[in-house]
Design a protein around this ligand. Structure first.
Ligand code: ADP
Ligand code: MG
Length: 391
């Protein structure tokens, strides 16, 4: 499954923006405040709305007034087009409004783009807690078969219809999309959170801020030794000196990451190794995940890493995406960008307070220069991404 496009309306500085024809790896650049983090927050927002309800998701972001684009009254709208496992393009649209101060679902629709026979089928079509779902989805596209609908009333007009329906097998596309949202992952790694020891415990995936890295390292070591060996091999190549990393339980039941430097007998605990060492290890653990997330969004991976390492890192992101997922990365680093292909690059420009999305491959000038061998990061540094600062 792959996201094909995202259209955002009235979500903070995205008054109206669309990212179209999204590749498996998308790299987003833009000046400070141009909307990179906000773009990724759209994913977290949908995840919160699904896990809880839209009122909670909106409240977590300061309330409806704060979240809706300045000067607008709503609805806040997110439309995601994705290719479902059967190969068809499906569209999910969520409009969020407000009634008596409480955010609710104004409209929620899941449909295929167009019907081969007559009208497109709206597998899910709800408004303010009421709606219908099609119960014979598998018959879609067969000549002469009509959609069979069932009406539902939700307990709470702030809950997504795909939440309940997605639990049933007969709503295949609904449950596919629901699990895409549940399993997409935003990584905003903070070295400070990854340094201390953690309570011994179990974790298969790295958390958003990376604070469970010791647990995930232990899980990889014990359950996926092949993957762990790959992480170590990459580590040895990229961080001179480091030849072993292990997660060691302490006497008081905590777990500590230890990095062995070949020059010394005793390993260093995570607290005392360099920022770059921890960060590289964290990305390798994230990227060699035996069960990759269907969508991984990574905020500015370049900090603390050696410029030369970024080139390999972007290839690893691409590999991860190839293994069945999709990766979006925001960056400030020309070195990282140099590893990207032009059609993987989007840039954000703020115009009159609102974000506009540009795509590098849409600029003839950039295309010509790239064809002559210029790298995207170099072109960006020369100021050829119109309207974008490099700070
Ligand atoms: N409701 C809103 N309407 C318009 N702009 C907003 C709204 N809420 C926040 N912003 C603006 O959005 C920007 C946030 O950008 P951000 O995503 O953090 O950028 P980046 O990650 O690229 O540095 C800020 O400049 C802020 O002023
Ligand atoms: Mg940011």
């Amino acid at each position: 499954m792959q996201i094909n496009s995202i259209e955002i309306k009235n979500f903070r500085l995205f008054r109206h923006a669309e990212l179209k024809d999204m590749p498996r790896l998308a790299v987003v650049v833009g000046a400070n405040g141009s909307g990179k983090s906000t773009l990724f927050d759209v994913f977290s927002f949908l995840k919160d709305a699904l896990a809880q309800n839209v009122a909670v998701a909106v409240a977590r972001r300061g309330g409806f007034r704060e979240l809706v684009s300045r000067g607008e009254s709503g609805p806040i709208s997110i439309t995601v087009k994705f290719r479902e496992s059967g190969g068809r393009l499906a569209t999910y649209q969520l409009d969020i409004g407000e009634e008596s101060g409480r955010p609710l679902v104004d409209r929620e629709v899941l449909k295929f783009r167009r019907g081969q026979h007559g009208q497109p089928w709206h597998f899910v079509d709800f408004s303010r807690g009421k709606g219908a779902a099609i119960t014979n989805e598998s018959a879609y596209g067969q000549a002469g078969v009509k959609a069979e609908r069932k009406e539902y009333v939700l307990e709470d007009p702030g809950v997504l219809a795909i939440k309940g329906l997605g639990q049933f097998k007969e709503f295949r596309v609904v449950s596919e999309f629901r699990s895409l949202i549940e399993n997409w992952h935003i990584s905003d790694f903070h070295i400070r959170d990854a340094r201390p020891s953690v309570e011994a415990g179990y974790a298969e995936h790295l958390s958003t801020r990376g604070d469970n890295i010791a647990q995930v390292a232990q899980y990889l070591y014990e359950s996926h030794p092949d993957q762990f060996t790959k992480v170590l091999e990459a580590m040895k190549e990229r961080v001179p000196g480091v030849n072993k990393v292990e997660a060691k339980p302490t006497e008081d039941g905590r777990l500590v990451l230890r990095f062995q430097d070949g020059s010394f007998k005793d390993p260093f605990i995570a607290r005392y190794v360099s920022d770059g060492t921890i960060k590289m290890f964290a990305y390798l653990v994230l990227l060699y995940d035996p069960k990759p997330h269907p969508l991984l969004a990574v905020e500015e991976p370049e900090n603390q890493l050696y410029p030369e390492l970024l080139y390999e890192l972007i290839e690893e992101f691409r590999d991860y995406a190839r293994r069945g997922g999709q990766v979006f990365v925001s960056t400030h680093s020309p070195d990282f960008l140099n590893g990207a292909q032009l059609d993987e690059v989007y840039w954000l420009v703020k115009k009159n307070g609102f974000a506009e999305v540009r795509r590098a491959s849409e600029s003839q000038l950039l295309q010509n220069l790239a064809a002559e061998g210029d790298l995207p990061g170099a072109l960006w540094k020369q100021g050829l991404f119109e309207g974008v600062g490099t700070k």
